[in-house]
Ligand binder design. Structure first.
Ligand code: ZN
Length: 266
């Protein structure tokens, strides 16, 4: 039996797929039920029932009919846009950062599972990216995405011996998902073997300044819209956190490299 549920919820358009000449399939992040894919019949018509309101990364109120049958597509019958966020298109670094945030929010959100904090994080990030410091906004997003998914590594102490990591920074091991102090590296035969065999991608140096910036972001002191941190430092943190997230989510982000390239060119 086909059971259909009506749902009215805040939603962000993560992706649009052309389904027919007049219709889209939308990938939505909803506040009420996480990620959902839904058919928007007539969504591509500028003067159709959606009135041209469907746009990539736009946020609004969606009306959905949920089909509780695995093979069925949900149906979106209304989308009332509240924030179109045209500022995201004003430069390549803003647009590529917005795509990165949307891609990761989608990767972190199980289908049909409500995660209002993740929804709010993406919404605030997209707002911040319209006018704010792009690298600082993304660093804040990455830190809190890791926190919300329970995957934020402890960067304050060595995973081997528990020694506090100071301002000199440390080596981050992707295999151990944590930092290692110089003493433990000396004692770690496996790590040395990896170093000799050229498996350099398994570990990465993280500076004390990057660790401090991550702590600031975690404490909420890296405000989304009026942050001023040196851009070189913020970009370094974004590159590091990007690799931590890729390893933790087992998801190779398509948008990470283009975003970092656009940030560095700015
Ligand atoms: Zn140690």
């Amino acid at each position: 039996m086909l059971v259909i549920n009506y749902l009215k919820t805040d939603a962000i358009v993560l992706r649009t797929y052309e389904y027919s000449e007049t219709s889209y399939v939308l990938s939505l992040l909803t506040r009420a039920q996480g990620k959902l894919n839904a058919l928007a019949k007539g969504g591509r018509r500028p003067r159709g029932v959606f009135g041209g309101e469907i746009d990539l990364l736009a946020e609004g109120q969606a009306v959905l009919f949920l089909a509780h049958q695995a093979a069925s597509l949900h149906l979106c019958t209304e989308f009332c846009c509240r924030a179109r966020r045209l500022g995201l298109r004003s430069s390549l670094d803003r647009s590529s950062a917005a795509c990165y945030a949307a891609e990761l929010a989608a990767a972190a959100s199980p289908e049909g599972d409500s995660q209002p904090q993740l929804y709010d994080l993406l919404a605030h990030t997209l707002d911040g990216l319209e006018t704010g410091d792009v690298a600082a906004v993304i660093a804040f997003f990455q830190v809190h995405l890791l926190r919300l998914t329970g995957l934020l590594p402890d960067l304050a102490a060595c995973t081997g011996c528990g020694k506090r990591i100071g301002t000199q920074g440390a080596l981050y091991s992707f295999q151990k998902a944590g930092v290692i102090c110089p003493g433990c590296i000396r004692d770690d035969k496996e790590e040395q073997e990896r170093g000799r065999s050229g498996e350099g991608t398994m570990a990465m140096r993280v500076s004390g300044a990057t660790i401090s910036l991550i702590k600031l972001a975690l404490a909420g002191k890296l405000a989304l819209d009026r942050t001023r941190v040196p851009s070189r430092l913020a970009i370094e943190a974004v590159g590091f956190l990007g690799r931590v997230i890729s390893a933790a989510f087992e998801h190779d982000s398509l948008a990470l490299r283009p975003m970092l390239a656009a940030m560095r060119r700015r």
